[in-house]
Write a protein of this length. Structure first.
Length: 225
């Protein structure tokens, strides 16, 4: 009887010791709650960036435009991949300590609204969702054209082109070209050339909008009475 009680006690002690070791081991292996939260945050992709234009979103053709990429406070962002006009994202700019970056681009001579695309990239190479913005390129010369001598069908240099109703004039260059910067509206062109031979011509009423207009003005020999 005594032997059986001692065996039972030893078994209970061994079982209790095993349970204690198991509990201690589980406590050591399990990360604290704060560590689990930190790990979850680090696995997130960068926030979608915002795209803004510090000096305004409108620029004249041939000019330059500043574009700012901001990670909305996400300082884990190391750089931005971006592109203008398409989604190839072939350009890269590094961000500052605040996770933001600014670039200056040449807008070229394509007028109208132009899209900008960008993604943020963190230090582990993970990409944010794609962001999109847009800016507008306006024409420098809203009405351009060329004077044509109908006796030779060649560009005519030295012709005087007058724009009505504003009453402003331009003299054509070596390539027969002329240009005016005017507000959108309805206009008429007249052209004269002292010669010889004397030439003149006029256009129908032209509508100039924000995208600009090109018009070839034909000058004909003046009839001699």
């Amino acid at each position: 009887m005594g032997t059986r009680k001692r065996s039972t006690r030893r078994g209970l002690v061994a079982m209790t010791a095993s349970l204690v070791l198991l509990a201690v081991g589980s406590t050591l292996l399990a990360p604290p709650a704060s560590a689990a939260v930190t790990l979850s945050v680090k696995t997130k992709a960068p926030l979608q960036p915002s795209i803004s234009f510090p000096n305004g979103d409108s620029v004249v053709e041939g000019g330059q435009l500043a574009i700012r990429f901001d990670a909305n406070g996400d300082t884990s962002v190391a750089s931005y991949r971006y592109s203008v006009g398409g989604t190839d994202l072939s350009s890269v700019v590094r961000s500052g300590r605040d996770g933001a970056a600014t670039v200056t681009i040449d807008v070229g001579n394509v007028s109208g609204e132009r899209p900008v695309y960008a993604v943020a990239v963190d230090r582990r190479g993970r990409l944010s969702p794609l962001a999109q913005g847009s800016f507008t390129v306006s024409v420098m010369w809203s009405l351009r054209g060329q004077a044509i001598d109908t006796s030779t069908w060649l560009p005519l240099a030295g012709a005087t082109i007058r724009l009505e109703p504003v009453g402003i004039e331009a003299v054509t260059g070596p390539d027969g070209g002329f240009q005016f910067a005017v507000d959108p509206g309805l206009y008429t062109l007249t052209g004269t050339y002292a010669g010889p031979p004397s030439l003149s011509g006029s256009s129908q009423q032209l509508e100039v909008d924000g995208q600009g207009l090109w018009f070839d003005l034909y000058l004909f020999p003046e009839s001699v009475n």
